[in-house]
Every structure is written in C-alpha cells, then in structure tokens.
Design a protein around this ligand. Structure first.
Ligand code: 2P0
Length: 323
C-alpha cells in the first residue's frame, strides 16, 4: 500500500499537440508553476481480483477504471508484478474544469502505484512515468517553476520535466478565476489532436514555441515578472488561436473569460502588474506580485459571472505520505 499527494500545475508556456500519441510525447516543451492550493491525494492498495477505482469516495465509471487499469499495466510491466489494485483518489481540484486535474491525478497515481509495486524511481524517471498518463502530470513531480523538455528520442526517455530554481525574492502568486461550473465539453487530448490535424496555424505554434521557452526562463532568472507575464500571455493566445483555426473551430472561452481578460489589461493600464493565461477550459489564471494578490482577487471577483477566485502560491513537489 502506498499513498501520495501531488499538486496541480499551470503552464505559463503551454503544451498543445503531440509528436507521438502512443507514448504521449508532446509536440512542444512547456514551462509551468506548481500551485499550493490544488492537489490530488491517492492511495494504491495491492490485492483483489480486478483493479477498482474510487474517485472522491464514489466508484468510478468503467471507462475511467479502464484508463487507470491500462496505466497500472505500465507500472506492473516495469516492476515485473501482476497483482491487481484498489485505487482511492481524492481530488482537491475542481475536476475536469480546465484546472488540470489530470496533472495532479496522474502524478499522484504514478508515485503511489510505483511505490506500491516496489519500484523506487528517481524524480526524473517518475516524471517519464507520469507523462504516460498525462503530459501535464510530468511537471507535477516538481515544485515551483518547472520545465518540460519535448525530447528528440523516439522512445521518449529524454522527455521529462526538471525543476527551475526560483531566484530569491521573486514572490508571486497565481489567481485562479473560475468562470463556469461543470465539466468542459471538449477534453484537452481531443482538442489538441483536432488542432494538430486540421489547423493551418498549428505549424506556426510549434515553430515559435522554443523562443517562448527561452524568454520565460530568462525572465525567471532576471526576476522580471513583466517579461514572464508578457511571454505567458503570448503563449496562451497563440495556443488558443491555433485551436480557433481548427476545423471545426474550437474555443474554450465563455463571455466571462473575455471580461476577465479585459479587466486584467485594464489593471495593467493602471500600473498594476497582472497577466492572464487560459487552459482547455473557461477559467482565467492571473499572474501577479504576491503582495497584490488579495486586492486583485477582490476586484476580479466583482466581475459578473465569475464563480470565485483562489489565490495560489507556488506549491511543493509530489511526495509519499505515511498511512
Ligand atoms: C498545459 N494543457 O500545458 C496544456 C495547456 C491544457 C492547455 O496539458 O493528452 O491533460 O493527457 O497529455 O496533460 C492538458 O492536457 O493532456 C494540458 P494529455 P493533458 O497545461
């Protein structure tokens, strides 16, 4: 039996598209911030006739259980074991609402399952294993700023995340502005595959991606929040522009998403450092200075249609928990 906690992460420079679907290798790298506020807590107990999955105390659907069972097969192959398992997962993340529950979910599962089956993986190997479940999960192995390399090898062994040191005094926070309730209609995997196959802007997205990675890393090293925020906005707008040009066109924004984006730009015109990013859902995440977080959250929560704002700080690496 093993229990693990993994925190979710938000990409500042996005991952969108795959270079190999079977091994889940991304078409681009990515750069993220792990958050303190949202996490998944997963326990894997070996035994039983079949794999069984409960999510937040409720038996999961057959499709969800089958996906997790196929993932456990990877872990069992690595460990040379065959036992089935019971998986109990508690999500302290609004599930499937574009708040990256698959990131914390598959990272916690990778750590708990690898430990339960007797594997002792170093963080890099854990990141490679987590990526097989979900691309963004590879990043949740580490705390703070994280870089994910797309790698060049066909077997994906060089496609793993690694931590980026946060310079002393670079105090920031990320606000999560909820702009809808319920599940999104088009999942990330389906959305990115459609973009890759049908959008004329997908090649431009991939070609211009490395420059954003370099700019973001340089901005972090220089503690330059404006440069980091500008790169972050550019990356998310390019990602969503490529999806918008797919056939059929795909957008995750709701009217309130645009209202929050406008409000963030208005804050900047007033001299406040604030930048937005959006994932495969309607919510807006806002990067700002730590001391400005509560004030900006108050202001954005007054926008009609918003459903609450969480003020998140950089969060820790994934870890095993006793008991
Ligand atoms: C990201 N997203 O970099 C991007 C930006 C959503 C938008 O990674 O297909 O659930 O399981 O590897 O990791 C969400 O995609 O996709 C995601 P799969 P995943 O955070």
């Amino acid at each position: 039996m093993a229990r693990a906690i993994a925190h979710t992460n938000i990409a500042l420079v996005k991952y969108w598209g795959k270079r190999d679907a079977a091994l889940n290798l991304p078409a681009t790298g990515s750069l993220s911030l792990t958050l303190d506020g949202f996490y998944t807590d997963t326990t894997v107990t070996l035994g039983g006739e079949t794999d069984r999955l409960t999510l937040d105390g409720t038996a999961a659907s057959d499709a969800e259980t089958a996906r997790v069972s196929r993932y456990l097969d990877l872990v069992r192959d690595l460990a040379g074991r065959t036992e089935r398992a019971q998986i109990e997962s508690e999500n302290h993340v609004p599930t499937a609402a574009g708040l990256a529950s698959s990131a914390s979910g598959f990272c916690a599962l990778a750590l708990a399952a690898s430990s339960a089956y007797g594997l002792d993986l170093d963080p890099r190997a854990l990141s490679v294993l987590a990526r097989r479940g979900s691309g963004s999960a590879a990043r949740s192995v580490f705390g703070g700023f994280v870089r994910m390399d797309k790698g060049v090898r066909d077997d994906g062994e060089d496609c793993a995340a690694s931590p980026i040191a946060t310079p002393a005094g670079f105090d920031l926070c990320l606000l999560v502005v909820r702009c809808a309730t319920g599940r999104k209609k088009v999942g990330s995997t389906v959305g990115m595959n459609s973009t890759e196959q049908t959008s004329p802007y997908f090649p431009a997205w991939v070609e211009t991606h490395d420059a954003d990675m370099r700019a973001a890393e340089a901005a972090i090293a220089a503690r330059d929040l404006d440069a980091l925020g500008a790169t972050m906005e550019h990356s998310t707008l390019k990602m969503h522009a490529s999806a918008l040009a797919a056939q059929p066109g795909l957008w995750y924004f709701r009217p309130v998403t645009l209202a929050v984006m406008d409000a963030v730009r208005a804050l900047r015109e007033e001299g406040v450092t604030a930048y937005f990013t959006m994932d495969a859902g309607p919510h807006v995440k806002v990067l700002c200075r730590a001391e400005d977080g509560e004030g900006i959250a108050d202001r954005l929560s007054q926008i009609e249609g918003t459903r609450g704002v969480s003020v998140c700080r950089p969060g820790p690496a994934a870890r095993l928990v006793d008991g």
